[in-house]
Design a protein around this ligand. Structure first.
Ligand SMILES: [Zn+2]
Length: 248
């Protein structure tokens, strides 16, 4: 209840009355629903039933369109709550969830939530058919290591489907790097926040370009594509979703 009321308070703070809009559409997670636009920004859009954001909606639509037999998938999601987790928990054969906590050992749990770092996953090789994540990899210092880890924990033919913020250019812009344990800024630091969640922003190590697909192929994925979901809501221009598959 506290989470819900704090979300409502944050939503009111986000509201720009002149940009407010409602639309009826099908949510990939909870079915027929009303969508609200609090302001003309990607973060201002939510499903009023499950609170899915525009980013979660894009991923959900691609999961619906591309992963036909979710019920046969052992899935892994690199977060532990929210509408995507709830959907995978009831749709996939099994689901592993986690968060990253800097102060506990990888593979151990805090309050029932397992700690995982995508650069050093503790899951065995070939554990999953599907790994999902939203807005994670831009915050990871060594994304090449993360792509190799994602490939390692997937079975043959398995896929990772995820979102990262992308710019229109070909080349990824590295904004910061970790050298000898110290963050070195190559461009002015940018921190990402979710306005409906409390807490400080997280540093973005890079802005991805289309060469993210080459990075995935270099890590061993046989196929890497950008998928733009069909536009279901007039004022949501869906975010492109990255889908990469290991050879069968
Ligand atoms: Zn929903």
């Amino acid at each position: 209840m506290t989470g819900w009321s704090s979300r409502v308070r944050a939503g009111v703070a986000l509201l720009n009355p002149r940009e407010f809009a409602l639309a009826l559409a099908r949510c990939p997670y909870c079915g027929p629903s009303v969508f609200v636009r609090l302001r003309r920004e990607e973060t201002g859009v939510r499903c009023t039933r499950c609170a899915a954001s525009a980013v979660h909606l894009a991923l959900g639509w691609v999961l619906r369109d591309r992963v036909v037999r979710l019920g046969d998938c052992d899935a892994c999601e690199l977060s532990a709550r929210g509408p995507l987790v709830a959907f995978l928990r009831r749709s996939a054969r099994s689901l592993a969830t986690s968060e990253y906590f800097a102060d506990i050992a990888l593979g151990t749990s805090r309050d029932g939530v397992r700690c995982e770092d995508v650069q050093r996953l503790t899951y065995a090789d070939a554990s999953f058919d599907l790994v999902t994540h939203t807005e994670v990899l831009e915050h990871v210092p060594d994304d090449a290591r993360a792509f190799i880890e994602l490939s390692r924990v997937l079975r043959a033919g398995g896929a990772t489907i995820f979102t990262v913020p992308m710019h229109e250019g070909e080349c990824t812009v590295e904004r910061a790097r970790l050298r000898y344990g110290v963050i070195e800024h190559l461009h002015a630091p940018v921190y990402h926040t979710d306005p409906l969640r409390a807490g400080a922003g997280i540093l973005a190590f890079r802005d991805y370009g289309y060469d993210i697909l080459d990075r995935l192929r270099s890590a061993g994925f046989a196929e890497a594509v950008l998928v733009t979901p069909v536009q279901r809501i007039p004022w949501i221009v869906p975010r492109a979703v990255v889908a990469a598959r290991k050879s069968a």
